[in-house]
Design a protein around this ligand. Structure first.
Ligand code: ADP
Ligand code: MG
Length: 482
């Protein structure tokens, strides 16, 4: 492992607790809906509020999703895990406790791998446990009052906890991105960070290299990769400033303010004992037999890392391209569909990373919204490959297809008159005319100037309105010039 980067002589130590909202239709212990954006307090039922006489019932779909995450990161799936009550008072938790897992979580160990500055890195997981979300305080729109929306109460969460393995904000961002890609890929979380479906708590401390771990402060609820990086960077400088001033760091929970770019203390950190955890008497142990684990394993998609390796091995893609082709399942599916329709794999990758990515970014949309289906892109790239059109002309065809031009690729090429000249007799005549009309360039070429030769090729391209194959034009010019 390479040495950690130091900041002002300090080593940064980061551990993450990530809350991934599991994409079940109903709550973790009740049948109430989890859909985002409903009118406040229309989606919380008596079980979510733990009204007297109600009993929670475990949602199998939430357990299945936890198992899949565990399998994807090489964890142990506990045959028996226990739900516990975490007791605390807060207005958005009127029942006075959160159902979580404490001593025995469902997912234990494992690791998340990613690439940082071209180097493979791996962050160990301590655990991932199932728990319910709380409600939400609404500070806006209530004429100076605070409202409580309990719709989110009982929404299933998987809290994924790492060892303090990360050594920079850049590494923390790459870890978070890798985990985000994985949960979305597995279909266990929609990954919508604005809606709070994927929230990261970053535990940050600094120490002298080789020294004992410093005291950590926990930055809560970071819901964008950019905020995550900014918050950690600010926090690290703040902690080092304090230590350099001879002050000590007190363990605390802090919030990041995106407007000021600063972190500020919210409360001093509670210890586990403050929560008076105890096994929830309403819920039996969660039992997961090996057959259930195997069913989930069989139903899982091929994982992104395995797929990238396959693209490198079978399609000859460079690792960088293979990583980009596996950025999401729909992206990988598009790549594979175009490749399977007969386009050269590397050309598909180049176009997806270039022309297609450029247009998708400009439109602010994902590959699912690409108006050119993979078969059509493949048909176009085949025409580049067999020399019918130049790459440049192909971009014009693609633009037309993107804009909704109908008909097949050949018809668009024909209609736009973009076919490359394949008649070498006609091209040779044009090349001869160009030579005759540009004595100065010919002279310079003979004197050994490559630039002059390129200028002659450019003249041929111009004379043919871009329809000549530049390589063929070059060959003919060389032949004519002796
Ligand atoms: P708690 O349950 O009180 O939040 P944990 O021991 O479970 O405490 O740790 C929570 C998170 O904090 C984990 O991700 C862990 O890796 C991280 N962590 C623990 N100690 C440190 C430290 N000194 N610096 C940075 N992160 C830490
Ligand atoms: Mg914690």
């Amino acid at each position: 492992m390479s040495a950690s980067p130091l900041i002002r002589g300090y080593e940064v130590v980061i551990g993450f607790e990530t809350h991934a909202q599991l994409s079940t239709a109903s709550k973790i212990f009740s049948g109430a809906a989890t859909a985002f954006g409903a009118e406040p307090n229309t989606q919380a039922c008596a079980v979510d509020l733990a009204l007297p006489g109600t009993l929670p019932v475990m949602n199998r779909g939430a357990v299945a999703r936890a198992i899949r995450l565990g399998l994807a990161v090489g964890s142990r799936i506990a045959e028996q895990s226990i739900f516990a009550r975490k007791n605390y008072f807060y207005p958005d938790l009127p029942k006075g406790y959160q159902i979580s897992q404490y001593e025995i979580p469902v997912v234990q160990g494992g690791s998340v791998s990613f690439v940082l500055d071209g180097q493979p890195r791996s962050v160990r997981l301590v655990r991932a446990h199932l728990e319910e979300d709380a409600g939400k305080s609404l500070h806006e729109d209530y004429h100076g009052q605070t409202g409580i929306d309990l719709n989110r109460a009982g929404t299933p969460l998987l809290e994924i906890v790492t060892e303090p393995d990360m050594r920079s904000s850049a590494e923390a961002v790459e870890y978070a991105k890798a985990l985000h890609r994985l949960v979305v890929w597995l279909g266990i979380c929609d990954g919508n960070m604005q809606e709070g479906s994927f929230r990261c708590d970053a535990n940050v401390s600094v120490r002298r290299p080789g020294g004992p771990l410093g005291t950590r402060r926990e930055i809560k609820n970071l819901n964008s990769f950019r905020f995550l990086q900014q918050a950690i960077d600010f926090e690290v400088q703040w902690q080092i400033d304090r230590l350099e001033d001879g002050l000590r760091i007190d363990q605390a929970t802090v919030l990041f303010d995106p407007d000021t770019g600063e972190t500020r203390a919210m409360r001093s950190k509670e210890d586990a004992q403050d929560y008076r955890y105890f096994p929830d008497p309403d819920l039996p142990p969660l039992v997961i037999g090996p057959d259930w684990v195997e069913r989930e394993r069989a139903a899982m998609p091929e994982l992104p890392a395995a797929m990238a390796t396959r693209f490198e091995r079978d399609d000859g893609l460079p690792p960088h391209d293979a990583a980009l082709m596996t950025q999401s399942l729909p992206f990988a599916a598009y790549y594979e569909a175009a490749r399977d329709a007969g386009a050269p794999a590397k050309a598909v990758a180049n176009w997806l990373m270039g022309e297609v990515a450029k247009r998708l970014n400009a439109a602010g949309s994902g590959i699912e919204a690409c108006p050119v289906p993979p078969a059509l892109l493949a048909a176009l790239l085949k025409r580049v490959h067999d020399g019918t059109v130049s790459n440049n002309a192909a971009r014009q065809v693609f633009e037309a297809l993107w804009a909704g031009e109908t008909g097949d690729v050949d018809a668009v090429i024909e209609a736009k008159g973009l076919k490359q000249m394949s008649d070498s007799g006609a091209l040779e005549a044009i090349a001869a005319q160009v030579i005759a009309a540009n004595p100065k360039s010919v002279e310079e070429f003979r004197a050994g100037k490559d630039k002059a030769f390129n200028a002659l090729v450019g003249q041929v391209m111009k004379a043919t309105q871009g329809k000549a194959n530049p390589a063929q034009a070059g060959e003919l010019l060389r032949k004519l010039l002796g």
